[in-house]
Design a protein around this ligand. Structure first.
Ligand code: COA
Length: 265
């Protein structure tokens, strides 16, 4: 597959396309190139009759530490990526693709799922978690705001107050708590998580694709426009906040392995 790279592995077999995030030494944090590969893996699957279902997975120890913070820092300092039309940016292409993808998407999540590592799950259909999964949305702690329509979808899913706790405090919550609020379908030992996702994907791949697509469209269609609109509004705020002092301090502090000092922000 052309969209496969060392850091994003794409493999299609028996109707199931598996996308593996594979940058473990940097905790599967996502660079622009990795978003581009993930977006391409979805785009090419839309009309590919060989693909009936997509599975996202990471490593047994880490799903994803979210956006690469060194990339964030470059963008906050006005790199060429930050001057690109937002809709052309790989991260936006990926979020647009996953939020509108017509066929079933499954995620197998073990270890930390940070930032977009959690928000991308809001657009998946079935989520299996290892009991070591830890979900977190530390946007405020990074001087940023929610993305991927999480400010709309999380309050709908878990109620306003639990969403406020997740989004304003940004502290991790574990797999069992995610199960309780309906973010994940099942919690299993980490060593069984990918196999479970594959087994369910195979089951889905054996069903009539047109029925799967129509059922997903009916479940998601009602608020597709709202999701898109919220992603756009969040994206504008997120881009503006990236260039502000709080975000620059948070990114620099992370890379310098120290606590951020927001006293001037
Ligand atoms: N961007 C860039 N590099 C990252 C990263 C990220 N989001 N997350 C981790 N890394 C790098 C670390 O800088 C470190 O690199 P080094 O070995 O060259 O020093 C390496 O990955 C290991 O990370 P470390 O923090 O030591 O691992 P840990 O097991 O103690 O903690 C996490 C794992 C995921 C909890 C922690 O790395 C983390 O909180 N990461 C940042 C998450 C974040 O804020 N993401 C942005 C969301 S919008």
């Amino acid at each position: 597959m052309s969209e496969s790279s060392q850091e994003i592995l794409v493999h299609t077999e028996a109707g199931v396309r598996t996308v593996t995030i594979n940058r473990v030494e940097k905790k599967n944090s996502l660079t622009e190139a990795m978003y581009a590969s993930m977006a391409d893996a979805l785009t090419s699957a839309v009309d590919d009759a060989e693909v009936r279902c997509v599975v996202f997975q990471g490593d047994i120890s880490i799903f994803s530490a979210g956006n690469d913070i060194a990339d964030f820092l470059k963008q906050s300092q006005g790199s060429s990526a930050s001057r690109q039309d937002p809709e052309q940016r790989p991260v936006w292409r990926f979020l647009h693709q996953i939020s509108t993808f017509p066929k079933p998407v499954i995620a197998a999540v073990c270890g930390p799922a940070v930032g977009i590592g959690t928000t991308m799950l809001l657009h998946c259909d079935l989520i299996y978690a290892g009991d070591n999964a830890a979900f977190s949305l530390p946007f405020v702690n990074l001087g940023l705001c929610p993305e991927a329509a999480s400010s709309l979808l999380l309050p709908q899913m878990m109620g306003y107050h639990r969403a406020a706790e997740a989004l304003l405090l940004g502290e991790p919550f574990m797999a069992e708590a995610a199960l309780e609020v309906g973010l994940v379908n099942r919690v299993v030992p980490p060593s069984e998580c990918n196999a479970l996702a594959q087994a369910v994907a195979k089951k889905l791949a054996a069903k009539p694709l047109s029925s799967l697509i129509e059922s997903k469209r009916l479940m998601k269609g009602g608020q597709a426009a709202k999701v898109r609109e919220r992603m756009d509004v969040e994206g504008q705020s997120f881009t503006r906040m990236m260039a502000e002092p709080a975000a620059k301090e948070a990114f620099t502090a992370f890379l310098e392995k120290r606590r951020p000092d927001f006293s001037g922000c």
